[in-house]
Ligand binder design. Sequence first.
Ligand code: SF4
Ligand code: MSK
Length: 655
Amino acid sequence: MAEVEKNKKSVDTASLELIDKACADEVSLAFDRAEQMKPCPIGVVGSCCSNCGMGPCRVPLPKGKEETPEGKKKRRGICGATAETIAARNFARMIAGGAAAHSDHGRAVAELFIAAAKGEAPGYEIRDEQKLLQLALDWGIEIGDRSNQEIAVDLGEKALAEFGRQEGELLFLKRAPLKRQELWRKRGVAPRGIDREIVEIMHRTHAGVDQDYQNLLKQGTRAALADGWGGSMIATELQDILFGTPAPLLGQVNLGVLKEDEVNLIIHGHEPLLSEMIVVAAQDTEMIELAKSKGAKGINLAGMCCTANEILMRHGVPLAGNFLQQELALVTGAVDAMVVDVQCIMESLPDIAQCYHTKIITTSPKAKITGAIHIEFDEHKAMESAKEVVRTAIENFPRRGKNILIPQEQHDLIAGFSHETINYLLGGLFRASYRPLNDNIINGRIRGVAGVVGCNNARSTHNEGHINMVKELIKNDVLVLQTGCSAMASAMAGLMVPEAAAKYAGEGLASVCEAVGIPPVLHMGSCVDNSRILIAATAMVKDGGLGDDISDLPVAGAAPEWMSEKAISIGQYFVASGVFTVFGVTWPTTGSKEVTDYLFKDFEEMYGGMWAFEPDPIKAAQLMIEHIDKKRKALGIDKARERILYDMEMRRDLI
Ligand code: SF4
Ligand code: MSK
């Protein structure tokens, strides 16, 4: 493989080493398939509709042609759907897919939460009593002298009812700044039930229903808000209560965390319900003895994708890698089993596993893969399921071949920056607040805050967009909050340790990081934990001095290597919450200028936040900085305030 070609695939040397090995082992990877199969030029811009049996209909803009009113008339599907309707329908369906994935995760957590509170899910218990009581208070659940279990049953049932709510508004909307809530009501996008908003998208995008792109995007916004301020937030909050709210801890990242002499079990997916139990099962003496009897020194757990972020944040389990490294983990030849739950799991895994010895284990009735073993997660006997998974990995250890390559690379990172942790780190135990952050933004040491999130995409160089964007932001004194695969990319580049501040951050940001003892890039968790970023932004508004809505804050969002429908839903709820959000790689509505302009320009007037598309991560970072500066100017904090020492005469003049 030519050097140039190889370097295009990833900026991570561990990944490049394994891409070479896969080539030698004749294993096909996502990187190769992306090269062999170019994206459909009509589908990629959102101009293909397959919503009925008369299609698919393709309505591309003729090459090199501007969109003219005359040309527009010709661009219709068989049912008469315009390019605008088709692009907006496709976009809304992406939001529905993403919101459904996050929210179904939230529902699964709520169901387990109730079972645990009723004592029907042995092994699970309430870990964060303070958060339980706080949320109960927020939701008007009686506390009195009731037990935590009784309160938790009510809380879980109330959370579960949010999915099927037919009227009114989601309870978590009340957490947003008042001005934002009013805006949502005024625009008619305050979500009712989570399921209802998603179903309504599927209805409206059926052939011959909603045929007004603005109206379609309005429903898209409503469903996205039901994700960020509904399903995702429920997932995050209930997981914190059940498994513990994350606090800073040291972790390691990259494929070098795999161990030659131990049983390697990788946990991959998004819902940390079974994996919480696997963490316990892997420490069980019976399991460790079994591993030793098979010739292994112990059991090494490692995570992949967002389940990884969840068990890193709460237990310090190392991260093996992000989305585009899942196949590479198998190519090491050292993974004895990979257990998956839901989302972002490549169907190629069982095929690749056949070239080595790895067992792929599915656990969710919603996500089976041909060629994988299925060990179903049963919350009533979770420990049994977890032990079966661990046992399968251990028993597979002696089957490991000799074709093994574990890269050296592994980096330290500090993870666990929940909203509560940031509050505490900034303000201390007794005066926990975002005040010091706001003050440092006002005095200009910190220019603004950026949320950089999202996936890897095989159509762009693995990790390059994330790392370059984040470095550019912190160099310009922008504090970066991260989740998902993006967080892992930065961690692999050494940006999530306190020492990174002196090395990569601008002087102002570095001085704050050093004073507080935090890295310039904060790991806030998994994809559903983007809801933590919404809460952090709201806390900044509530602390004062930076306007009275999220759209007034000097903040921006980005997903430079996005690929998932979930990323589109996240982006849409960021935008509708008032955040300027820029995506890289590709943009799915460019087939319609009107739809794209509506999202990129008109949305700013409507929601105070808008989308942008910029594939170059440095230019994208500069757009974010420009936006941050625009907000600083509007707040009147754009000029560095000179420190003047007043003498007596000057003081008298003040009176
Ligand atoms: Fe074509 Fe209309 Fe059917 Fe879509 S819904 S496939 S545009 S006929
Ligand atoms: S895992 S959604 S590839 S961030 Fe959450 Fe990564 Fe994107 Fe999946």
